[in-house]
Design a protein around this ligand. Structure first.
Ligand SMILES: C[S@@+](CC[C@H](N)C(=O)[O-])C[C@H]1O[C@@H](n2cnc3c(N)ncnc32)[C@H](O)[C@@H]1O
Length: 334
């Protein structure tokens, strides 16, 4: 009982309640929170410290950045979520905070999108600076071949490389990306290789315009480190995965290359295995042991997670016509 009482004492102050609500909307840095609240950084840091000590917020450091997010676990985490749910987003103070947060996120998205636009044409070269793509791609092909999905969704498809690689293994493949420039390059690439079962559409990974349980396989390759809400992106991917399906996440192991933030718009410097597994479980998936592909200087990790039915037994709808489950074009357009 004592930990709940101290959590309630910690949150019984206007700024701290506002911080709790803000951190429920994404992983935020102290400087972002300072901008939103319009208070001095030492003051905001002191409030954050109290909320973390009470177990209401999680704090994690990545290089020179420190992020805060709503606590994910235990009774105090549940209390934090209930308190946030009880706050009225129409309250003038909270509404203003959320509008400022939205403006910060828009600026962030504009920066990332400007970066992607500038780099669309040379993306393959940028990727190859970090790791030998052939090793990663061979491992991915093995994983997808073993899972044998009928259809595949590639979230954050970029230049469509994953579609190019994996579409020959499935009946239909769909790539989604928020950048028109990236999609323009992807379309040229897919046409060049003559793929007839792969298409790419504009879309946002946090709000996929796709029905629930509509794909056997979902891939998110080198996208999560740009995400300000990676757990939400995984939850959205899990939503569109069929119960027997496989989610494949590819990104970096935790690293210290700060310049990737400054020069390449990365938000997160890699992910820990435990963190990814927790997000997958929270999304109702069953994580499998990850595969590490050490590189210099970055290690790529392939995390997979299965829908619960894949663990429980064989594919429930094996033999059903695939075309019936492919979303129609109208559903995909935003
Ligand atoms: C590093 S590229 C990776 C592209 C591709 N998966 C690959 O590995 O070749 C990251 C891609 O994620 C896309 N992206 C970032 N945020 C997104 C979002 N919210 N919704 C959809 N796509 C997003 C970017 O536009 C960019 O094309």
């Amino acid at each position: 009982m004592e930990h709940l009482l101290s959590a309630l004492r910690a949150v019984a102050e206007a700024t701290r309640l506002r911080l709790l609500v803000l951190c429920a909307h994404g992983e935020l840095t102290v400087s972002e929170l300072t901008q939103i609240l319009g208070q001095s950084q030492p003051r905001v840091s002191r409030h954050l410290k109290l909320l973390c000590e009470a177990g209401l917020l999680d704090r994690f450091r990545e290089g020179s950045w420190v992020f805060y997010r709503l606590s994910q676990s235990g009774p105090v985490g549940a209390l934090a979520r209930q308190l946030v749910a009880a706050c009225d987003e129409a309250d003038p103070t909270i509404a203003l905070d959320l509008r400022r947060l939205a403006a910060i996120k828009r600026r962030r998205a504009e920066l990332a999108s400007a970066y992607f636009s500038e780099n669309a044409a040379q993306w393959h070269r940028i990727r190859s600076l970090y790791v030998d793509e052939r090793v990663v791609e061979a491992a991915l092909v093995d994983i997808v071949a073993a899972a044998d999905p009928r259809d595949l969704l590639d979230i954050g498809t970029g230049t469509g490389r994953m579609i190019e690689l994996l579409a020959p293994r499935v009946e239909r493949a769909l790539g989604i990306d928020q950048s028109r420039e990236m999609l323009a390059v992807a379309r040229v690439n897919l046409e060049r290789v003559g793929l007839e079962n792969g298409v790419v559409w504009l879309g946002d990974m946090y709000r996929l315009a796709l029905p629930d349980a509509s794909f056997d396989g979902v891939v998110i390759h080198q996208v999560l480190h740009y995400a300000d809400r990676p757990a939400a992106a995984i939850a959205e991917a899990a939503r569109v995965l069929r119960p027997h399906g496989i989610l494949v996440l590819v990104d970096f192991a935790p690293h210290r290359l700060e310049y990737l933030r400054a020069e390449h718009a990365h938000r997160r410097l890699g992910f820990a295995d435990a963190e990814i597994a927790e997000w997958c479980r929270a999304a109702g998936l069953v994580p499998a042991p990850p595969r590490h592909l050490p590189g210099d200087p970055l290690t790529v990790v392939i995390w997979t997670a299965r829908g619960p039915a894949a663990i429980a037994g064989p594919r429930a709808n094996a033999g059903a016509p695939a075309a019936a489950t492919i979303p129609v074009e109208a559903e995909l357009r935003q």
